[in-house]
Structures are given as C-alpha cells and as structure tokens.
Design a protein around this ligand. Structure first.
Ligand code: SF4
Ligand code: ZN
Length: 306
C-alpha cells in the first residue's frame, strides 16, 4: 500500500491528517506540533509569568492529562513555574475511582503535588444526591457551577496565581455557541483563554484552547497515556452534547469551522469588563447579586426538596 510522507520532516510516514491545515504528520512531528501549538497559545494570550504558581485541574481524561504532561515539560524547560494538580471528587459513584487512580499515578510519575477536594466536604452534597432528588436544572448545570467553585477553592488553598484547565478547541467553540443560544453575552468574558483578574478568583487559563479534541485524543494514544476510559453516566443530560454534534458535522463538511467559531467568539468579548461585583451574603464569596451562583443553586435545591 502506498504511504504518504510527513509534510513537515519529509522523512517518515505520516500517521495523522489535519484537514483544516492540509498537514500530514508523522508521530514525532505530530507530538512536537502539539507542544508547539500550546506554547504559542500560552505566549499569544499571555497566560503565564516567569514565576507563576499554576494549579492544574486534572480529571483523569485525555485533555487534562495532555495538559499536565506538556505544562510540566514546558515549565521545566522555560519558566520554571511551580505546578500543583487539583482533582475534584464530585461524588459520582464509581466514576471517579478510576480517575483518582490514574491521576495519582500520573502525578507520582511526574513528581507533581496533588490535592483532592470533594463536593461532599465543600457543599455537604454529592452529585449523586442531586440526581436522586427533584431539581430544576440538568445535573451537569449543578456539577459545572460547583466544580468551578471547588477548583477555585483548591487553587486558593495552594496559593496559586493561575488555574489551568484542559478545555480544548472544541470545548471553547461549544461554550461560545452555548452562550449565544442562551443569550448570555456576559459569559463571553470567561472565554478569554488567558483569563482575567477578578477579585476572589484565581486567574483561569486554557492552554489547550487551540488544540482540537481529536488531537488531544490522538496525542494521548501516541503517548500511551492511561486515561479515563468511560463517560460519566449523566453526560447525556448536557445541552452541550447537541451543540458538540452540530459543530462536528460542520467541521466535517467545512474543515476549519471550529477554529472560526472560536476566533469569532474572541471578537465578541466585551471590551469593558463587567466590574459589578458583590459579596455573597451567605458564604462571603464573590457574587453578582446578593447570593453567589453556588448558594442560589443550593437554596433552590433545598427549597424544592424540603
Ligand atoms: Fe458533571 Fe455532567 Fe460532567 Fe458528569 S457529565 S462530570 S455530571 S458535568
Ligand atoms: Zn455564596
């Protein structure tokens, strides 16, 4: 069978085709290109300083493991920033056990400190508790808001000045479309991959913002990462799934669509930051009204189940 050589090194056989750029890459050039792209995004969006202390949200999935490995390499070679991994245990029966084992082993191998925070300890509720009772929103809506709070809490606990998450290009494009579909223009701010300074929040950065999900998956396979093999049982509830399917269909028909959605969404970020910020009268965390989103959700949940 005829093989196609790598368009970068012109030497080895290509194993990956990028329809949006026309590149055909061998495994070595593919692996190098992922690290290069991440480094370029870090620089382009001014994500890090020379001596940042970076908390990395790690779930045990392919994206966060790719992020942790590459950040560790980049930081060892350049910035010399400190990296601490944070694992959030949402209380999903069975699901997080595999992730916990994978994350612990990875952190041990990479010699990275790991801290674990649980919904049970922070909010006295697990995600499985939400699933069993009446609720107004999808489980993923509760899970997302509580996980964001838990990650911020973990990052503050370890005195980090950056909180890196494994959001890939597909996640960024999905979030942009979801904000549009929900008419939530204010949320566009949080799409900036370099994050922004807001009192009470550790600045969130997204170094994988320009890496398509297919490529973190292929990278993880080539690197032989032991990553979480099955999905959370509530995943079907997320509205994100519909948007994901639509975007992937568009990408298939018109390669480059995911990049275009992401780049366009960056232009929609309001130039002026929404400065309005109160303190939650219940928990003392930052809020945009008298109660923060977490306390609002918990109050709603308890009121319909009392
Ligand atoms: Fe949480 Fe939904 Fe993700 Fe499961 S699929 S971990 S419930 S956000
Ligand atoms: Zn609150």
């Amino acid at each position: 069978m005829k093989t196609t050589p790598c368009t970068k090194c012109h030497n080895k056989e290509s194993v990956f085709y990028r329809p949006y750029s026309g590149e055909r890459l061998c495994s070595v050039c593919f692996i190098n290109s992922i690290k290069e792209k991440i480094q370029n995004s870090i620089n382009a969006y001014k994500m890090l300083e020379h001596d940042s202390r970076i908390a990395v949200g790690v779930s045990g999935g392919k994206d966060s493991l790719t992020l942790l490995h590459i950040l560790k390499q980049i930081e060892d070679e350049t910035h010399g920033s400190e990296i601490i991994a944070i694992l959030i245990d949402e209380g999903l029966e069975g699901y997080r056990n595999e992730a916990k084992r994978i994350v612990e082993k990875t952190c041990h191998d990479l010699q990275i400190e790991l801290i674990t925070l649980s919904f049970k300890k922070l909010f006295n509720l697990t995600i499985d508790d939400f699933a069993l009772k009446n609720r107004k929103l999808s489980i993923c809506s509760y899970c997302g808001v509580l996980r964001r709070r838990a990650l911020n809490e973990g990052a503050k606990q370890v005195n980090a000045d950056r909180l890196a998450t494994g959001h890939n290009l597909d996640d960024m494009a999905q979030s942009a479309l979801l904000n549009l579909l929900r008419g939530d223009v204010n949320k566009m701010q949080s799409l900036h991959p370099g994050g922004f300074f807001k009192k009470g929040f550790v600045r969130r950065i997204k170094p994988l913002c320009e890496i398509p999900e297919k490529e973190t998956a292929f990278y993880s396979l080539l690197q032989n990462f032991d990553f979480q093999s099955y999905n959370c049982s509530y995943a079907h509830e997320a509205m994100r799934n519909d948007v994901r399917d639509w975007i992937l269909e568009m990408e298939e028909k018109r390669p480059g669509s995911i990049h275009t959605i992401f780049q366009t969404s960056l232009k929609l970020i309001p130039k002026k930051m929404d400065k309005k910020q109160d303190i939650c009268e219940k928990c003392g965390e930052p809020a945009s009204s008298n109660l923060c989103r977490v306390c609002q959700m918990l109050e709603d949940y308890f009121s319909i189940n009392s």
